[in-house]
Design a protein around this ligand. Structure first.
Ligand code: FES
Ligand SMILES: [Fe+2]
Length: 368
């Protein structure tokens, strides 16, 4: 065996890069480590700023078992708080809405839009009750090209340091990105680990096989490439626009670009500046929620955008749901063995070098 290995080295042959063992996608312990070391420490997408138009507008969401909400204050600023009352822990808001103050549904403690306790029934005159010292627990928040991100780690570095240069690259491709407005979102539960879904998104080796309408309707597959974005945990997808007879809409004007921000968000600019997103929320080791968002110039959906949203949902989006479910089931097979990734040093659509990067980022975090 040693002789064989020596000869391989002499001839310059490299061992193939293998996929990950199945436990990375199935084990509750790996999932627990990913929660603590990745999701509770990374910048995660909450919602688009346009969904919070006025003081008091709020948007409730969850990151795993943590319930949160973003709210616009009287000062116009956006803040994120844990969705938990400082009295005995009831949730404060649900869904999307607007309120002048936040009134807890349990005992009616009332908070202002900046999270300060303003009223608690029956506490006036109580010597041992200090309302002034009670405030909702705040979470770090940043707006990235109009998209609101939060980070549960109080020590987190700013997004500009974590993803240097990415905002500028997005704006170079889509100069009016900061003025977009939320148009529509749909979501689905995927029967797979979050990394299976994220891997599937971050390679286009399967596009010509499975996403025939996307590969003939949106992008020119031969030009597709995914590359690292400097040393950041970002993957940059780029392709020329598809202009053939099968194009879904008028794709002239600008090409395709997508920016995947580890661990669970991707901002896609379809040709001619059609902005859309994916984001993934882990639910359990083998369950993930995927959200597909669309953003237009004024929040309305014209005929072209309607056609693209519906076509995408019925083809690419639906096709990926089937793929990831089958892969997750395969990972539970007694016959599963990690296979070789197809890595081409020249990259290109048929190369899975991007998958190897995702594996490195996962293992950096979860390996003991
Ligand atoms: S738990 Fe909110 S007022 Fe009691
Ligand atoms: Fe896909």
């Amino acid at each position: 065996m040693e002789q064989v290995m020596e000869r391989s080295v002499e001839q310059g042959a490299e061992a193939p890069v293998l996929g990950l063992p199945a436990n990375y996608y199935r084990s509750p312990e790996v999932f627990r480590r990913a929660r603590e070391r990745i999701f509770l420490k990374s910048w995660l997408f909450a919602c688009h700023a346009s969904r919070l138009p006025e003081p008091g507008s709020y948007f409730a969401f969850s990151i795993l078992d943590q319930d949160l909400f973003v709210i616009r204050g009287r000062d116009g600023g956006l803040r994120c708080f844990f969705n938990v009352c400082r009295h005995r822990g009831h949730a404060l808001v649900e869904g999307v809405g607007r309120s002048r103050v936040l009134v807890c549904p349990y005992h009616a403690w009332t908070y202002d839009l900046e999270g300060r306790l303003r009223g608690a029934p029956g506490t006036r005159g109580l010597a041992n009750f200090d309302a002034a010292g009670i405030c909702l627990t705040e979470v770090k928040l940043e707006v990235f090209c109009g998209f609101v991100f939060v980070n549960l780690d109080p020590e987190a570095r700013p997004m500009g340091e974590v993803f240097p240069g990415v905002e500028a690259a997005v704006r170079a491709l889509c100069p009016d990105i900061d003025d977009r407005a939320f148009a529509e979102e749909h979501e689905a539960e995927e029967a797979c680990n979050w990394l299976v879904a994220v891997e599937n998104y971050n390679e286009c080796y399967h596009c010509k096989v499975v996403h025939k309408t996307f590969a003939s309707g949106v992008i020119d597959p031969q030009s597709y490439n995914i590359s690292g974005f400097g040393e950041t945990q970002c993957l940059h997808h780029a392709a020329k626009a598809q202009s053939g007879a099968g194009a879904w809409y008028d794709t002239s004007g600008s090409d395709y670009g997508s920016f995947f921000l580890w661990p669970g968000f991707s901002l896609q600019i379809y040709p001619s500046g059609l902005v859309n997103t994916y984001h993934w929320q882990p639910l359990a080791p083998e369950a993930t929620r995927v959200f597909r968002g669309w953003y237009s110039r004024d929040g309305t959906i014209d005929d072209d955008l309607r056609k693209v949203i519906d076509l995408d949902r019925d083809t690419t989006f639906a096709e990926d749901l089937t793929l990831v479910k089958s892969v997750q089931r395969g990972l539970g097979s007694l016959g599963y063995r990690p296979g070789p990734l197809v890595i081409n040093p020249r990259e290109g659509i048929d190369s899975e070098h991007s998958i190897a990067k995702l594996h490195d980022w996962l293992r950096e975090a979860v390996d003991v």
